[in-house]
Write a protein that binds this ligand. Sequence first.
Ligand code: COI
Length: 355
Amino acid sequence: MNIEVVRTTSPRPRPEPGKLGFGVHFSDHMFVMEYTTENGWHSPRIEAYGPIQMEPGASVLHYAQAIFEGLKAFRGADERVNLFRPQQHAARFHRSAERLCMPPVPEDVFVEACRKLVSVDESWVPSEDGAALYLRPLTIATESFLGVRPSAAYKFIIMTCPVGAYYAEGFNPVRIRVERERVRAVRGGVGDAKTAGNYAASLRAAKEAKADGYAQVLWTDAATHSFVEEVGTMNVFFKIGDEVITPSLDGAILPGITRRSVIELLESRGTTVTERRVSLDEIVKAHTDGRLEEAFGTGTAAVVSPIKALGVDGKDLTIGDGGVGPMAQSLFDEIAGIQRGTREDRFHWLVPAEG
Ligand code: COI
């Protein structure tokens, strides 16, 4: 693929180190290409980050044909810049596109575009601990047409942001409320695609939980509200006695790349992870019996996020001593170490940025 690069003539202001936040500072450039039914994906280019033009009739604005990804690039101790598992993100982006009746971006094109963009904005990749350059690839439907059918035109964009920790708490444990009324996704719906509407559906419950001092909600299944599924922006793991459990991917849960990485890491250490349905009753009972040793969330933005308490029907269940559990700590240390090049990349998860 020949990617045209037109460098910005007005560089953007740089954030102060240590004050990155999450998703608030955008780097100088973005990758863009368009799709039409006649020409397929065409005109790949890297240009200055800035506003895009769309007609008000663009179907993404009405019917939410929008999918995205979130992946990270890291500056290693040796100053080299690597992306974390970009092929996995490309594959999930492909599956999301198919679910939303959008033309998939070929996976090799996705990876090449990410690598090239990171190499153009290499100087934006932060070097402080816990920081990364977050890439946000996005496909939106741009055809101006108000009938309800898949759009005939699309835009694929990748933007990047230097980011710190996703939660204000950083790696400190968070309180999560179990949501038993509102619903994010149903089996047969689009819960396992990374699509904008899932996040719109999640906002109200997350806002209510925040008002009560919780960082996020833990969704329960739409049909019975008795099985746990995922946290707002993370998959979830429980350590009950010797068993490590994560809800099985049943069609309503996002197949997280960090979820998969955690399973692979634990299995390489001889710890089997059971992927199965987990009922809230089982979690409450394990807590009562003193066997709920740890709970933590996993996600690209959040990495590994220990959960200190689960709010269940108005009562908080404190997990362990409310601190960071040893499993969450060791997983965070190993993943963050691989990402920053201070631990061996034994699974070949890192892909160098071009150049
Ligand atoms: C991610 O973890 O990358 C996400 O996409 C979650 C959220 C920031 C939308």
